[in-house]
Ligand binder design. Structure first.
Ligand SMILES: [Fe+2]
Ligand SMILES: [Fe+2]
Length: 197
């Protein structure tokens, strides 16, 4: 995509998110967009494409559980047991599909990043990693290890994604919640790569 097209697409995506979201969640979206764009610059990724993914990532977040299931099933998106139990897990895949259908976004890496931002995905690319991590460290996030994660993210996106997944898996375990299989597989994939590095 040419830069001018990217700028046009990010303006459209901004509106797309703003009209669908509460002020609070739109605020989160803009902070994730700034954080993801910054990480993209640090890691030599395309800032406009990364910002585009971030602007889209939570655009479907305020649909109802029934809407998630109806849209996902209607579009033949994968819906497993975890998604039936917690349909909001579908907000990434549904946002990616909405962006493709309604905004004409056809950048595969951007759509993958939007789709996979909730659970992660083994083999996820750098743009997906940047969005995944930016979502966890945007400036309003406040938890004990967030500062360490912010520093790590500037050095090592994979390491930061792995650290963040370990944290959320531990968090689920403490609360007796199951972790989505894709998150476990993603951590395994990242840890394999860490060992091999
Ligand atoms: Fe999200
Ligand atoms: Fe988010």
């Amino acid at each position: 995509m040419e830069d001018r097209e990217n700028i046009y697409a990010t303006e459209q995506a901004d509106t797309f998110a703003r009209v669908r979201l509460s002020a609070k969640r739109y605020g989160h979206t803009l902070r994730v967009a700034d954080t993801a764009e910054d990480l993209a610059r640090v890691h030599g990724l395309n800032p406009a494409r990364t910002r585009l993914a971030a602007l889209l990532h939570d655009a479907a977040r305020e649909l109802s559980p029934n809407e998630f299931l109806d849209l996902a099933l209607g579009w033949n998106l994968p819906v497993g047991e975890p998604e039936r139990e917690s349909p909001k897990l579908l907000h990434g895949p549904v946002a990616a599909e909405l962006a493709r259908r309604e905004l004409g976004v056809d950048d595969g890496e951007v759509l993958d990043a939007v789709r996979d931002h909730t659970t992660g995905h083994p083999g996820m690319g750098p743009l997906s990693l940047a969005l995944y991590v930016a979502d966890k460290i945007e400036p309003a996030r406040d938890y004990p290890s967030v500062e360490r994660l912010r520093r790590l993210a500037r050095r090592d996106l994979r390491g930061a994604a792995a650290e963040s997944l370990r944290r959320s898996i531990a968090h689920n375990e403490e609360r007796g919640r199951t972790t989505h299989p894709a998150s476990l597989e993603t951590l395994e994939w990242l840890e394999e790569a860490e060992k091999g590095a």
